[in-house]
Design a protein around this ligand. Structure first.
Ligand SMILES: N[C@@H](CCC(=O)N[C@@H](CS)C(=O)NCC(=O)O)C(=O)O
Length: 90
């Protein structure tokens, strides 16, 4: 699998996708990638990841809900019901 090659593991030892390569290195979590892209390149789209601490916390709350709750439940569901998932994820 492409995400287990030495080259990929050099970028991300957790062997997960997505991985973003930018000038200063690799970012290996989708939520971190999203907030980074808006901060770094989205000057005209700051409403997507606001600077205001409370508004930003509302976005962070949903990102953490995704990685902490939703994705785990999705994985459990896929594990139980999909042969595709068995081939690619575990
Ligand atoms: N928290 C990580 C999770 C990434 C993740 O688990 N990606 C899955 C695909 S959705 C993956 O790469 N699985 C392959 C593996 O673990 O080898 C993120 O949001 O980027």
């Amino acid at each position: 699998m492409e995400n287990r090659t030495p080259e990929f593991l050099e970028m991300n030892p957790l062997h997960t996708i997505p991985v973003l390569e930018d000038d200063r290195g690799y970012i290996t979590d989708s939520h971190a990638i999203l907030s980074y892209l808006v901060d770094q390149y989205g000057a005209d789209h700051q409403h997507l990841y606001p600077k205001d601490p409370f508004k930003r916390a509302m976005v962070d709350q949903r990102l953490h809900f995704d990685s902490g709750v939703l994705y785990n439940r999705f994985k459990t569901l896929m594990k139980n019901y999909s042969t595709y998932a068995e081939r690619f994820y575990w």
